[in-house]
Design a protein around this ligand. Sequence first.
Ligand SMILES: Cc1cc2nc3c(=O)[nH]c(=O)nc-3n(C[C@H](O)[C@H](O)[C@H](O)COP(=O)(O)O)c2cc1C
Length: 364
Amino acid sequence: MNTVSSTPSRLLPPRITAGLPLTALAPMQDVTDLPFMRVIAHYGAPDYFFTEFFRVHASSRPEKHILRSIVENKTGRPVFAQLIGEHITDMVRTVKELLHYPIAGIDLNMGCPAPKIYKKNVGGGLLRDPAKIDSLLGALRDAAPGLFTVKMRIGFDSTDNYATVLELINKHGVDLLSVHGRSVKEGYRSEVHYDFIGHAARTVRCPVLANGNITSAQKAAAVLSETGAAGLMMGRHAIRNPWIFRQTRELQSLQSVTPITLADVREYIARLYHETCNADIPEKAHVAKMKKYLNFVGQSVDAEGRFLFDMRRAMTEAELFAVCDQHLLTEPTREFSAEPYPGIIARPNCETPNESCSLDTITA
Ligand SMILES: Cc1cc2nc3c(=O)[nH]c(=O)nc-3n(C[C@H](O)[C@H](O)[C@H](O)COP(=O)(O)O)c2cc1C
């Protein structure tokens, strides 16, 4: 175990380019593991990474595969460890355990909309109970001498508790707040209420990361100006376009945004395949896993969804790459659309609140 000996700082880690808005890769269960972080960093890292959530309960121990994304992370970017749970003793025990690892800070999940999660009053379920949030934030703040951050939605089935929760964020000295601008019941496909993110940015004393449907560097600029947030957190659109963090930095520093070609995307897919491959996964299962990423990538390949249609039928590595070659190398210099084509839906996409955050458990 890699013990961190220095006194933890409450200053946010330096960003890649001083003076630009912060960027973060949104935590995504079954996606934001070590191989995926490596791939993202290759195309232009975000300022911060967040792990998939560590599940906390009476007998839990930090999951080894998630710890790898902290301990073996050579991207040079700080990694916040996200926790999901509600029992204070277990949460505090887990924080103390995670402090032995080189984490940037502890992040609390107050947003997961999967019914099997919120019904246990964890994740997004916490938003129904401000008194519980008060005691949990207080305990975690005391347990975390360094950075303590929160990722939340704007409510459970209404925004009635939003102002109270933001007061609690201030009361407990949270260091960074990520706001996904939807309620738990709104799932993943409703419009995003950027006005509520703006309200948080004006209300809390810590920096706010705006989250939800930030599809491109141009959309990032619009969301920053609408919300006044200190930065941006991108999830699904970083799976679709791993260059999004670099492009956002380019636009924010008034440089031209590097266009991405279909040949670049073919190279990304090959890199993702090889990084996420391991000897324990049979080829068919790995191809199935790749399709989950490619569901997002396919939103920007063609306006008719032909790549998605063919890709979903591939069963072997050879078939998958034959489809990629056909759709991405016939016109290799054609531009990969910066925005998803209208009406091309990624499936699975966490598209209804009845589905889990995990790509593996989603059937759409
Ligand atoms: C597959 C998937 C898994 C997710 N897992 C988590 C998670 O572990 N923790 C969390 O706080 N949010 C999780 N989320 C929510 C994202 O972090 C993010 O808030 C949401 O996708 C909206 O941002 P986006 O439009 O940029 O994707 C997940 C989302 C997806 C699509």
